[in-house]
Design a protein around this ligand. Structure first.
Ligand SMILES: Cc1cc2nc3c(=O)[nH]c(=O)nc-3n(C[C@H](O)[C@H](O)[C@H](O)COP(=O)(O)OP(=O)(O)OC[C@H]3O[C@@H](n4cnc5c(N)ncnc54)[C@H](O)[C@@H]3O)c2cc1C
Ligand code: FES
Ligand code: FES
Length: 482
């Protein structure tokens, strides 16, 4: 908002993108939701309004991004997407898939009787189409993961899972280098998709005012849930598409991740997989596909949730946070970043630029555990991560973190310190638990009583060691020792 004398007015910024086959230039407030824009400004009712909190998937659309003249599509939830985040993108709603016939995804839904009232159906169709468009080989498990964010209240999931299975068979011959051409040829998507890269390239050349506001927004998956009403007329600083904040690099033993890197980009990073081969399996415990496609690492850290999954993981990497303060950089260890419940070492006008941490050349011993009320797609009751470096039989270095057991995401300094120099032994792990229990201060809330959380974190500590040292330890050994 701009104030001149006693007058205040809102600065209207043009957002330009392609919606299905149409070029859009709009002055709609950048922080208003893409869902409302699609339904109420563009009168396209195919995208449904369900929860408005990213949970049901009824509002799922595709987002296509051009990079190095190549386009990549992913699913996003339009209810939590601020219009400002789609500048220069291709957005596809279910109407944008219309052809003279049903697409193979729609046809397979019909053939499997996978729809009843139809409310959820556009969301499922969009998530499965995103899977078709992915530059990844299709297998049943991945097709089912693609619909992890979609809820159906009446059909039952078995028939929808059969659809996912059948589609993965139809995609056997997919050209993963250039899925768009292949899918147009096989009539999965309309042929206007072929024109999109050239049209997006033209939009990208248009200059857009760089953000000056002190209200930062990454993917919006936290801010848009909690503050969408109060922010609707605010001038926002959109970070998600900033190239200087979007990278994962590894150089001289150091890994650097830009703050606008999404959870999905971290999950599928070849750099990280080389050093942490199991990384993708840990990310299966984090949110749904569309949320992971939107949520950034910067947002996960700055929202300061005591149970933020990525924050807990990167605490165990002993990460540092690089902060940009009016052009000057400063560095804070992630473990010192949280001062109290939702209180941070970052000032209002400072932006988190990246996180950085050391990674050994050979694969590291790392594990992440999470317990939530629902086994998947739920916020943790308690979560924990550990990284261990061994020197022969002894622990040389240990970094242990715990979430949900204190007002902040906790680095367990004393427990980690105790474990250093010790052999892997049931007595030692029980002793470590005693120390850990003194370091934490859980409270009772909707995610469990404080005693239950103490029990959970103990079990997660055991789980770390049993998983990382399977030949050396098992649960019976630890419990018998007690
Ligand atoms: C349905 C659903 C499921 C979820 N499941 C999980 C889950 O399983 N695990 C989990 O950990 N979280 C989960 N979340 C929470 C959320 O998705 C994550 O915390 C996410 O990483 C937030 O990132 P964002 O980019 O969307 O944040 P935003 O909403 O964009 O921002 C969050 C806060 O960070 C600030 N901010 C963002 N980037 C920066 C920056 N670079 N510098 C300074 N400030 C910044 C914003 O101003 C805001 O205060 C879920 C959310 C939803 C809606
Ligand atoms: S309306 Fe439910 S996820 Fe968007
Ligand atoms: S068909 Fe009715 S909600 Fe899924």
């Amino acid at each position: 908002m701009i104030s001149v004398g006693s007058f205040s007015f809102y600065l209207c910024i043009m957002v330009t993108f392609i919606l299905n086959n149409q070029l859009i230039s709009t002055e709609t407030p950048e922080v208003s939701s893409l869902l409302d824009f699609i339904r109420y400004e563009k009168d396209m009712p195919g995208t449904k309004v369900g929860c408005r909190e990213g949970d049901c998937g009824a509002c799922t659309v595709l987002e296509g991004t051009l990079k190095n003249n190549k386009i990549t599509y992913k699913s996003i939830v339009s209810c939590l997407t601020p219009v400002g985040n789609v500048q220069g993108k291709h957005i596809v709603t279910v109407e944008g898939l219309n052809m003279e016939h049903l697409s193979p995804v729609q046809k397979t839904m019909v053939e499997n009787n996978a729809t009843q009232c139809g409310f959820c159906t556009p969301g499922f169709v969009m998530s499965l189409t995103a899977h078709c468009l992915s530059k990844d080989k299709s297998v049943r498990q991945k097709a089912i993961a693609a619909i992890s964010g979609n809820i159906c209240r009446c059909t039952g999931y078995k028939s929808i899972e059969r659809v996912a299975s059948d589609i993965s068979i139809l995609l056997k011959e997919k050209n993963i280098e250039n899925p768009v051409d292949w899918l147009v040829k096989m009539e999965f998507i309309p042929d206007y998709f072929l024109t999109i890269p050239v049209r997006l390239a033209k939009i990208k050349k248009e200059n857009r005012r760089p953000g000056k506001s002190e209200i930062f927004i990454g993917g919006g998956t936290d801010l848009m849930v909690h503050k969408s009403e109060e922010l609707v007329k605010a001038d926002m600083n959109f970070l998600q598409n900033r190239k200087d904040l979007k990278y994962i690099t590894f150089d001289k033993g150091k890994c650097m991740i830009g703050a606008a890197t999404t959870v999905s980009e971290i999950e599928h990073s070849a750099v990280l997989k080389k050093h942490i081969p199991e990384i993708s399996s840990h990310f299966r415990l984090v949110a749904s596909e569309p949320i992971k496609n939107m949520a950034t690492i910067g947002g996960n850290i700055v929202n300061a949730s005591p149970i933020g999954d990525l924050t807990i993981m990167f605490l165990a990497f002993n990460a540092e946070v690089i902060i940009d303060s009016s052009g000057n950089s400063r560095t804070i260890p992630l473990k010192n970043f949280f001062l109290g419940y939702k209180k941070l070492s970052v000032k209002r006008n400072e932006v988190v630029k990246s996180i950085e941490f050391q990674l050994a050349a050979k694969p590291v011993l790392f594990n992440f555990e999470k317990v939530s009320r629902r086994s998947h797609l739920d916020i943790a009751s308690v979560n924990s991560a550990i990284q261990i470096k061994m020197d022969d039989e002894k622990i040389k270095e240990c970094f242990l973190s715990a979430g949900g057991v204190s007002p902040i995401p906790l680095f367990l300094t004393k427990t980690s310190g105790f474990l250093m120099g010790k052999r892997i032994d049931p007595d030692i792990i029980l002793e470590a638990n005693e120390i850990m229990q003194k370091e934490i201060s859980p409270i009772s809330d909707v995610r469990g009583s404080k005693d239950y959380k103490r029990l959970l974190i103990r079990q997660l500590l055991f789980a770390h060691f049993i998983k990382l040292f399977p030949g050396t330890l098992n649960l019976d050994d630890i419990i018998k020792t007690k």
